[in-house]
Design a protein around this ligand. Structure first.
Ligand code: AMP
Ligand code: MG
Length: 428
């Protein structure tokens, strides 16, 4: 079942080759209402706008729509009086004309009236009359000259009809979702966010706050993994703690495979003793049980579980030791989930930088790559500097919890103080 140690790159390729982007659907078929429904999804096709944004020329300021020729000589010392013949609010569809020697009061976003070729902002005018009278008997003093187009936002200034606004693979951030709304891209194709079942296995685990019986520990990995799955952009579905019971585990896994796009388990994948997770997954899924040449997170399992709809659902079997679970998720599950989400390859991984070790990152030669958890910071020299969180054992999550980086220390004698070390930054 378990072979010799394999390089991390081999494990990663094995996993990534078997995880592909979820089938694309129309944006407006996602649960919820467009455009909020597409936030966090990834574009599966280019978005070509069918509309101009803005759809009509409109005022960029609150002020007065004027003819430039009337105000070309205006200044504070030489104000120009124009008769106010109308008012246009945002949302107004009324047509209106600015005649020579006249001005129309206008609000930001209101369509600019015919005849006007600039809008003078209210700060560059003075009006002492009655704002409700719009028959031309009231006048406004313009104290600044204007050039053609001043204060006006033209049709298509932001997006022109026919423009490729975004290309396939673009992550739909809140701002991208807003642009999709602005061009009404309801039928654009998107990869839905993967739904990921998260479950913990082990008879020793409790999560109900009760007094610990001998041999019991408090369950903690699920909270972390649910958070990490959500942070990766996928949607975690908590499947709870599953007891070491073959029938129960099989039914939870089968249900998860029917309802979700991927499954993340924690516990029960180590070498050695017989384990329920191994027994069940080996029987119902096409699994590869790996021993990876890394520390922590040496044991790892990956496979495909075919569900009732004949869909092969990826299963990530993470080790139970909390720090191993985290590192395993970061190195193997996260990039695969990002691939399933439809992200471009450059966005599968966290950023990797070459950092300076402020203190030695000690290790012994053992044929493995060590992933040491560090605190990383930008220093005055413009470089990222790292310091070990110290407690580096795979059960010491408290120290790792404060890390914001993982230093990749290759096999050898470690990194001396001042030496360079590749560091994964735990930021998105
Ligand atoms: P395993 O991978 O199941 O052999 O577990 C390795 C170690 O991690 C054991 O000490 C377990 O008790 C512990 N462990 C397993 N699952 C969890 C969990 N969900 N939360 C906290 N500790 C766990
Ligand atoms: Mg266990």
């Amino acid at each position: 079942m378990a072979g010799q140690l394999i390089p991390i790159d081999e494990a990663r390729s094995h996993v990534l080759e078997r995880c592909s982007a979820l089938i694309a659907v129309a944006a407006d078929s996602l649960p919820g209402r467009f455009p909020a429904s597409v936030s966090g999804a990834v574009l599966a096709g280019d978005v070509i706008s069918a509309e101009d944004v803005p759809p009509f020329a409109n005022s960029a300021v609150d002020g007065y729509a004027v003819r430039v020729i009337d105000v070309s000589e205006a200044s504070g010392a030489n104000p120009v009086a124009l008769r106010v013949t109308g008012e246009i609010a945002a949302g107004s569809g009324a047509s209106c004309v600015v005649q020579g020697g006249c001005a129309v009061r206008i609000m930001t976003g209101a369509p600019t009236p015919t005849g006007a070729d600039a809008v003078v902002m209210v700060e560059d005018t003075a009006f002492g009359g009655d704002k409700s009278i719009l028959d031309g008997s009231q006048s406004v003093s313009v104290t600044k000259s204007a050039r053609v187009g001043d204060g006006i936002r033209g049709v298509g200034d932001d997006v022109c009809r026919g423009d490729v606004v975004f290309t396939a693979g673009t992550a739909i951030t809140p701002a991208v979702a807003a642009v999709l709304a602005s061009v009404n891209a309801r039928t654009t194709l998107v990869h839905p966010r993967p739904r990921v079942a998260v479950l913990s296995t082990g008879d020793e685990l409790v999560d109900d706050g009760s007094e610990l019986a001998p041999g019991q520990i408090r369950e903690s990995n699920r909270t972390m993994l649910v958070g990490l799955v959500n942070e990766s952009g996928a949607i975690a579905i908590d499947h709870g703690i599953v007891r070491d019971d073959e029938k129960l585990l099989e039914s939870v896994l089968r249900r998860a495979a029917n309802e979700c796009d991927a499954i993340v388990t924690s516990g029960g994948v180590s070498m050695g003793d017989y384990d329920v997770v191994k027994a069940v997954l080996s029987r119902i899924a096409d699994m590869r049980w790996m021993q990876i040449a890394i520390k922590p997170a040496k044991p790892f399992a990956f496979g495909l579980l075919t569900n009732d709809h004949r869909r092969a659902v990826p299963v990530f079997g993470l080790p139970g030791n909390p720090v191993s679970s985290l590192v395993s998720f970061e190195l193997l599950a996260r990039p695969a989930l990002r691939r399933m989400a439809g992200h471009r390859e450059a966005a599968w991984d966290r950023p990797l930088v070459t950092a300076i070790a402020d203190q030695p990152l000690a290790r012994r030669r053992d044929g493995k790559v060590h992933y040491q958890r560090v605190v990383a910071r930008f220093a005055a020299d413009g470089r990222v500097h790292v310091e070990s969180v110290r407690a580096q054992a795979s059960h010491q999550l408290a120290a790792t919890a404060l890390a914001n980086g993982i230093a990749v220390v290759p096999d050898g004698d470690g990194v001396p103080a001042g030496g360079e070390v590749s560091t994964i930054l735990l930021v998105t």
